[in-house]
Write a protein that binds this ligand. Structure first.
Ligand SMILES: *Cc1c(COP(=O)(O)O)cnc(C)c1O
Length: 390
């Protein structure tokens, strides 16, 4: 490439900002999802499982990936049938007896449950349509709504962050959303939504539209109760969204999935990109599913640590929201600015927790016993300082 004189326009070289580009109106001035990824000794801010994968599983992943590596000249199985079958088997094996028997036809998988949710909103939301979620909740629901051109309505929660069925049903009747999100256990607050409430919301959503109800069960394995799988029978507008990022300790794998009526699985295939799940991802997820028992053995330990965090935080003098997840919401810090200041003070002690922007509250993920001890020491100090300074 010589001899071609490419002119460089004087204005703007290296100084272009997002808003200088012709981006869509609804993206102007907005920020991307951003849990800080800071390099500190104790990171308890993104609800990951703190334990690395066990060595035999690492070996099995290497083996399965080596097998598919030879065929990477070919596109992967577009429909990921073997993986969806293995996920259905996992749901059948771990779900309550009253749950319907699921097969590959009821299950769809994608790159994290975020992609599952994106595909659902591309299918059932979009321009001219509305999604409703009860906030504070998982911020990606509204962000993905925005990205898919779906209008967003923030539904109400009670002061203790529970869902009051009557108020929630009224919000659905009023806004008649095309998609309703229910996160249980909820992130960042930690509390679960009872099955009767989910049913009431489903029925309200059917009377109003009828609309799709997406239940985000990312943390269900940590719950005191059982999953909502039994509700799937006879409810074709209900979708349960799951992930391998939390209980399975495989956030880096990027594998989420849904369970629903087979018609829903057919519908999302209208919008999924062809070959969206790489052969490497499928092979890795299949290897992980062969080791479900070892992966899930940490869940019991993390639940015990979660309960310990709840108890100790209360002993120290913090308020804590009931948690069915692998994290705990604690407070309250005086607003404005109290939660942010506490977040910073905890960080100076080498512990990263999460400020989700819920006024007066912070969230801590259950880590290893040592990490949790470091966190508890930090917040014990913090409490003492607060008491000294009135
Ligand atoms: C972490 C989380 C997810 C997981 O997203 P992935 O894309 O599967 O990693 C989904 N929903 C909620 C509520 C979460 O907190």
């Amino acid at each position: 490439m010589t001899g071609i004189d490419i002119p460089v326009p004087a204005a703007g070289a290296g100084t272009t900002r997002i808003d200088d580009l012709p981006v869509r109106e609804e993206l102007r001035g907005k920020s991307p999802y951003g849990a800080p990824q800071l390099d500190v000794p104790v990171r308890l801010n993104t609800n990951e499982n703190p334990y690395p994968l066990p060595e035999p599983l690492v070996e099995r992943i290497a083996e399965r990936v080596r097998e598919v590596a030879r065929n990477l000249n070919r596109y992967p199985d577009r429909d990921a049938v073997e993986l969806r079958t293995a996920l259905a088997d996992y749901l059948n094996a771990t779900g309550p007896d009253s749950a319907p028997e699921l097969g590959a036809a009821h299950v769809w998988a994608a790159n994290g449950s975020n992609e599952v949710i994106q595909q659902l909103l591309q299918t059932f939301g979009g321009p001219g349509r509305t999604a409703l979620g009860f906030e504070p909740s998982y911020s990606m629901h509204s962000l993905i709504a925005r990205g898919t051109g779906t209008a967003w309505v923030s539904g109400p929660r009670a002061d203790d962050f529970t869902l009051d069925p009557e108020t929630a049903v009224r919000a659905i009747a009023e806004h008649r959303p095309d998609v309703v999100f229910v996160t249980t256990p909820n992130n960042p607050t930690g509390n679960a939504v009872p099955a009767e409430t989910v049913l009431a919301l489903y029925e309200a959503a059917q009377r109003a539209k009828p609309s799709m109800v997406i239940v985000d069960e990312a943390y269900v394995e940590f719950s005191h109760g059982t999953s909502l799988l039994p509700l799937l029978a006879g409810r074709p507008h209900l979708v349960l969204s799951r992930t391998m990022s939390k209980a399975f300790g495989a956030a880096g794998l990027r594998l989420g999935y849904l369970a629903a009526d087979p018609a829903v699985v057919d519908a999302v295939q209208l919008v999924r990109l062809p070959y969206h799940l790489s052969a490497v991802t499928q092979a890795t997820a299949l290897a992980a599913l062969e080791h479900t028992d070892t992966l899930l053995k940490y869940v019991e330990q993390l639940k015990a640590e979660r309960d310990r965090l709840v108890a100790e935080l209360r002993t120290i003098g913090y308020e804590v929201t009931e948690s069915d997840a692998n994290f705990v919401q604690f407070g309250r810090f005086p607003e404005p600015g109290g939660a942010r200041a506490a977040w910073r003070q905890i960080l100076t002690r080498g512990v990263l927790v999460r400020d989700n922007g819920v006024p007066g509250w912070l969230r801590v993920s259950a880590g290893t016993p040592q990490e949790n001890d470091a966190f508890l020491d930090a917040v014990r100090d913090l409490k003492k300082e607060q008491e000294q300074h009135g």
